[in-house]
Ligand binder design. Structure first.
Ligand code: BGC
Length: 484
């Protein structure tokens, strides 16, 4: 690849990764606003403790439902309207969701006076923002995979994960800074609105930059616009290579109809399981509840915050390790290494809880777990989901796998709270039980990868399609090579 081409690919990747940044930002922004949201929307309702905590839980996690909905429709949007327009729709949703949730009274009543009456519009705006997350979580990696040359595709798609992690970490600091600007009364009345509104800055930047990017060559071919596809391919891959790649894309699209199961059930099932395992290993139980977990370990609120930042920094650092290794070592070795590290760390953490031996070693176990996730399942699942499905079913199949992931995310967050609050389990295992489950899931995830996931390193998207094709024909040689 010539230098100028690398520059173009990197620039396009950067724009798409803003979708990843907003994914991280939107899912984490709410954590800083919880207290004020309860104070404004929930407390004045004078509900019983159980009813109040259920309503508060639903208010905080409502965006996750939007994520499921958004990823569910992202397949249709990205194949009908295009990858670029799909990302623009996501950017608009981020923008409206951010401003609307900051001032849910907009057009309805006096700002700051409506209290509980503004809760329903607040939840609707959070769901809207969540739909933006769901759409971007699918289309950003897809866009990058479809413009990237195969030798660096893993690295470029992993940059989207880096952006997710940066988004999560950034919003911790933004929230902390906004809160530090005024008194507690100011936090309760105004700061939480500023936190939510702050998301409109990256959302606007994302929307504006999207006007300057083209759609992907694969989408142009799907819509019968081969000349535009050729032009894009020539800009990225060079004039000489472009016609060959175009012919490959056209051939793979002609091979089978766009029926979801045209390549058999295994390809779809493997995609869904990869996506679901990324959640079943417990990453979001650890990330969302890190401060709670550190308090269970006996840390004060302040040091719990600090330890949460340590977790964020480990997440960031080890994502760089994945970026450096994913195109050299391959996808499968990274996944298996990560699963092993996560399993060891989670069994150790559960044991430390059980033995009431929390302290520095527990923090070491959490950081080792995060490192294991960040160098493997965090980025690599997105790389695989964006590249493993055949062109003609790619957007539909990827949307289903990503929607399954958001459902699994909801399930893990909900079930962690149930497990962590269970009196019997706590009497016997002192909060340790949930971590043993995540450790067991990590072991299973490694076995699943070794047995079923094909290695896609260095292959063109079109030759990956050939693997499934061969697999379907029962061509043992080709599929054995793929499963190596
Ligand atoms: C996952 C998210 C997770 C994030 C944390 C992403 O790859 O899909 O569920 O919160 O990584 O780093």
């Amino acid at each position: 690849m010539s230098k100028s081409n690398t520059g173009l690919v990197v620039a396009l990747t950067f724009v798409a990764t803003l979708g990843g940044l907003l994914f991280g930002y939107d899912t984490a922004v709410i954590s800083g606003a919880v207290g004020a949201i309860d104070h404004y929307f929930i407390d004045p309702q004078h509900l019983s403790q159980t009813a109040a905590s259920t309503l508060s839980g639903w208010t905080i996690s409502s965006a996750l439902f939007g994520c499921v909905l958004g990823s569910g429709v992202a397949g249709w949007i990205s194949s009908r309207l295009g990858r670029k327009r799909g990302l623009m729709i996501a950017a608009l949703m981020f923008l409206l969701g951010s401003i609307g949730s900051a001032v849910p009274e907009l057009g309805l009543g006096v700002i700051g006076r409506m209290g509980p009456a503004a809760l329903t519009p607040f939840i609707c705006y959070r769901i809207l923002g969540g739909m933006g997350v769901g759409i971007a979580s699918m289309i950003s990696p897809l866009y990058i995979a479809e413009i990237a040359p195969s030798e660096i595709r893993g690295r470029l798609v992993s940059c989207n994960q880096l952006a997710i992690v940066v988004g999560i970490l950034l919003v911790y600091f933004v929230n902390w800074f906004i809160q530090s600007l005024g008194t507690h009364a100011w936090y309760l009345s105004t700061a939480w609105r500023v936190m939510l509104a702050s998301e409109s800055v990256p959302a606007l930047l994302f929307l504006a930059l999207l006007f300057f990017v083209p759609d992907t060559p694969r989408w142009f071919v799907m819509r019968g616009r081969s000349e535009e596809a050729l032009r894009q391919l020539a800009r990225v891959n060079g004039e000489a290579a472009a016609p060959g790649i175009l012919a490959d894309i056209e051939r793979t699209l002609a091979v089978r109809s766009g029926r979801l199961l045209a390549f058999g059930l295994p390809v779809l099932a493997i995609g869904i399981l990869l996506s679901v395992f990324q959640q079943l290993v417990g990453i979001n139980a650890v990330l969302y509840y890190a401060p709670l977990m550190f308090r269970n370990m006996g840390a004060s609120t302040n040091s719990a915050f600090l330890q949460t930042v340590v977790v964020g920094a480990a997440n960031l650092l080890f994502t760089f390790v994945a970026i450096a290794c994913v195109d050299r070592l391959g996808r499968k070795p990274l996944l298996v290494i990560g699963s092993s590290a996560m399993a060891a760390a989670m069994f150790a953490l559960g044991g430390l809880f059980d033995a009431h031996a929390l302290g520095l070693w527990a923090l070491v176990a959490v950081v080792a777990y995060i490192a294991g996730f960040a160098l493997s399942w965090g980025p690599v699942v997105w790389v695989l989901l964006a590249e493993m499905f055949p062109n003609s079913i790619k957007s539909k199949a990827m949307a289903i796998a990503v929607a399954a992931q958001w459902l699994a995310n909801l399930f893990v967050s909900w079930s962690f709270k149930v497990l962590d609050g269970n009196g019997w389990l706590n009497a016997h295992f002192n909060h340790g039980f949930a971590y043993w489950i995540y450790g067991s899931m990590s072991v299973l995830s490694a076995a699943f990868v070794l047995r079923f996931v094909p290695e896609t390193k260095g292959r063109t998207l079109e030759s990956i399609q050939e693997l499934w094709h061969a697999h379907r024909r029962g061509d043992r040689l080709a599929s054995a090579e793929a499963l190596d």
